[in-house]
Ligand binder design. Structure first.
Ligand code: MG
Length: 359
């Protein structure tokens, strides 16, 4: 039986993970749940699973420090995932990672710590889970390219001009029901950019060897091309519990009654190039990688600020990419050699956007 700590327990990933546990009560024991704000929901879940509930700003770190678990599922929102991830690594827990900002902002640091402690990252994101599954059995040594698929989000084909997009339109994702931050990031394709960065650190592959292909049906979750020319893909109906469950059962699997893929009923699967002109966030991620240092931390913090400002009605949709771009241009160049440097870059971005940036 694996013992689990779930951070971000009341969000969509946390709730889906708990659903996996509910259907396999003999395989998992939830020892602690943490939530930032939803006290009532967190306490109700804790009562159901016989776990301890932690709520508030430092809930995630406390839940880790006061628990003894095999796996820590990190599914908090944004930068708040970094400290609890480091705390869980320090305690020797494997990390089932859903919060991609951890890798985007501090990938080099956290993967270095994990190597030192002999701790494993188990991807929860459907794309990275797909790659992880394609690599099962030691394929890492033979990788030529990773190919991340992208649904393309709600604005794949229209409108041509994205500047008048409303909050309600951006929150209406065609495939996945997720929290507002990830849903907006999916619509701008910043989410896919973050996934490139996440894959870079999770699988230790340079970003130049990671491609993005748009695949609106979201059936092929990602692919790996090996150095002999073979390409493997992982396919399943779009249900995030498949990836969540694999992270928790790796290296094994557990039977489920979930929907099976019916290829003949699907008929066709389509693929195309992403449109970097309409979705500048994909380009901005590559810019940040080229800049090096803490630039990807600046990028993620700027995006976190901009998405919140958009949701609050303070800036327009096209301003999200503009805010990130402006931040990358103006940010001081800093070495990314400590967690303090990561947070300094993040704080700088929030301060700059709040006080100086004109949109
Ligand atoms: Mg994803």
């Amino acid at each position: 039986m694996k013992r689990l700590v779930i951070l971000g327990a009341t969000g969509s990933i946390g709730l889906n993970a708990l659903d996996v546990v509910r259907t396999h009560p003999d395989d998992f024991k939830v020892v602690a749940l943490a939530a930032l704000r939803s006290r009532e929901a967190c306490e109700a879940l804790a009562a159901e699973f016989g776990a301890k509930a932690y709520v508030g700003e430092d809930a995630a770190v406390r839940a880790v420090e006061e628990s003894d678990a095999d796996i820590c599922l990190v599914s908090t929102v944004g930068v708040s995932g970094i400290r609890p991830t480091l705390a869980a690594i320090a305690k020797g827990m494997d990390i089932a990672l859903a919060t991609k900002e951890v890798m985007v902002m501090a990938g080099e640091l956290v993967t270095g710590e994990a190597r030192r402690r002999g701790v494993r990252f188990l991807p929860v994101d459907s794309e990275h889970s797909a790659i992880f599954q394609c690599l099962a059995g030691g394929g890492e040594r033979f990788v030529d390219r990773l190919i991340l698929t992208a649904s393309g989000g709600p604005f794949l084909d229209s409108p041509a001009d994205l500047s008048s997009v409303t909050v309600a339109e951006a929150l209406n994702h065609p495939r996945w029901k997720m929290g507002p931050k990830v849903t907006i990031d999916s619509s701008t394709m910043m989410n896919k950019g973050f996934e490139v960065l996440e894959a870079r650190w999770l699988f230790d592959i340079p970003a130049e060897r990671i491609d993005v292909v748009v695949h609106p049906e979201s059936i092929v979750h990602s692919l790996v091309t090996f150095n002999d020319g073979a390409t493997l893909a992982q396919l399943s109906p779009p249900d995030m519990r498949v990836a969540i469950q694999y992270a928790l059962t790796w290296p094994g699997r557990l039977a489920s009654e979930r929907e099976r893929l019916d290829l003949a009923a699907l008929g066709a699967l389509t693929f195309r190039e992403p449109d970097c002109a309409r979705f500048p966030c994909l380009r901005l991620v590559k810019d940040a990688l080229r800049m090096g240092g803490c630039a990807t931390a600046t990028l993620a913090a700027a995006d976190e600020w901009a998405v919140q400002a958009f949701l609050d009605g303070r800036i327009g949709y096209a301003d999200i990419a503009r805010a990130v771009e402006s931040c990358l241009e103006k940010a001081p160049k800093t070495e990314c050699d400590s967690i303090e440097a990561v947070f300094a870059a993040s704080d700088w971005a929030f301060r700059y956007l709040e006080t100086e940036w004109k949109h």
